[in-house]
Design a protein around this ligand. Sequence first.
Ligand SMILES: Nc1ncnc2c1ncn2[C@@H]1O[C@H](COP(=O)(O)OP(=O)(O)O)[C@@H](O)[C@H]1O
Ligand SMILES: [Mg+2]
Length: 413
Amino acid sequence: MAKTNLIVGLDVGSGKMTAIAAAHDADTNTLKVLTGRSALCRGLKGGMVSDIRETSTAVSALLGSIERECSQNIGQLFVGVRGAHLASFSSHGTYNISRPDKEIVQEDMALAIENAKAVPIKNDNEIVSVIPQGYAVDKQTGINNPEGMEGSLLEVDVQIITGATTHLNNLAKAIQRPGYRIDGTFYGLIPLAESVLTADEKENGAMVLDFGGETISVAIYIGGILRFSCDISYGCDILTSDLSRVLRTPRKAAKEIKEKYGVVHPDFLKQDIEISVPLLDGSSTRPVKTSELLNCIQPRMEELLEKVEYYASMSGYKTKNLPLVGVITGGGSIMPGLPTLCMNVLGLKEVRRGYVQRDLITSDEEYFSPLYSTAMALTIYSSDGANLDDMGSYEQGGSMADKITKFFKGLFG
Ligand SMILES: Nc1ncnc2c1ncn2[C@@H]1O[C@H](COP(=O)(O)OP(=O)(O)O)[C@@H](O)[C@H]1O
Ligand SMILES: [Mg+2]
């Protein structure tokens, strides 16, 4: 494929894929979104491939349409994976600097990280991402970027994300089959969290909740560092199934009704209006009050949030004991009242909807939507990390905007 500057972030979701295509804008020295698209894919379940052929066809249609719209081939493709097969844990790496000058260079940092990766990993699993959390130089801790410092012993704390090799390979095969090359595979939640949280939120404590169709992803930051992440294999499509069953309406209608009239908290039920719900016979309808929808949706969403709390508490960072702020994103986060419900069930101090920070990328307003957040974050985060190393690891230190500028300086002189 010809070398072009088209950078694509591909968010592999539940039953669909979402892509954002961006390019470097030389005038403003920023990353600019050219287009965004989403394609349904029956070959995906909860972010995992259940049918390679179906997934390949969807990838080909989605990425092909982007290339045609932008009139260029994709130069770099970054894929965000998810699913309950992903696991995260902390590790520690050390590296002795034996050179006489003792000045730490990027290679030393990479070798310390490499040593942190030397840990036992579950059979049939592999490392997806290694995220440096902070360095220590000669036992002085809390160093974000030790490059240029002097020292003999360099230490690094990292979060390692692993995933099931078979799932990762199946996805790679499905993307490569139509001829696309993958330049990096990431755990989609991390770029997302990095793009929607402010530095102060990460420092003071924040929980990011990404409400997808078949998964809810949770990331917890405390003291500026990612402490915990997980994908729970339940998502907001379950609300669609409930409505379809309770209202005896086709799934498609249930989804439309949920997205148009659904609320998860009574304070957000502005008017208890009557709507006309199509029945399974395909011809008749029956009237249903929107309060009936609330009665179906609220308890189920509470149950989903209780699962979130269960997993989060297993991480050792009990939400109720910490003044965490919540940031919600993903398609399911659009539902009115969800911030309030999250505060009530998870004991979060305050909850806001998360959007990719606008200083990180230039884009038409429509792509600053929870539906595109992960794909957009992938283009930002991955294009930044692409020239650093080939480990899928992220650079620590500096704002993301600084890092992007640095990356593009490197690329375009
Ligand atoms: N306006 C809306 N109100 C409520 N839920 C929505 C809305 N738009 C999308 N959703 C729900 O969000 C879920 C999909 O989230 P999304 O992040 O797009 O999916 P993915 O799992 O692929 O990441 C679906 O359950 C969908 O019905
Ligand atoms: Mg999503």
